[in-house]
Design a protein around this ligand. Sequence first.
Ligand SMILES: [Zn+2]
Length: 95
Amino acid sequence: MKSLRHSALGKELLKATLALLGFVVALVLILAGPLGWLLLAGLAVVLTRGYSSWQRDGNEKRRPQRTNCHDCGAPNPVENIECAHCGEPLVTEQR
Ligand SMILES: [Zn+2]
């Protein structure tokens, strides 16, 4: 029953790693303070957006990723509901 013992050890190791990870995250959060939390949240949002746009890029490579505002002409990401420049609602052109 060597493999059973090994997997039990692996579980313990995983638990210890998770505990350590949680400890490190908590420590970072405490050290960073409210400002750091905001920064981390912003970073998370940016990462999530980048990831989703990267996924979309893989799915439909030929589609343009930007659309121009019909009001002020500023380029906007296609997932934007309204213009980041002037706030006008973006109309998605359909062909
Ligand atoms: Zn605009």
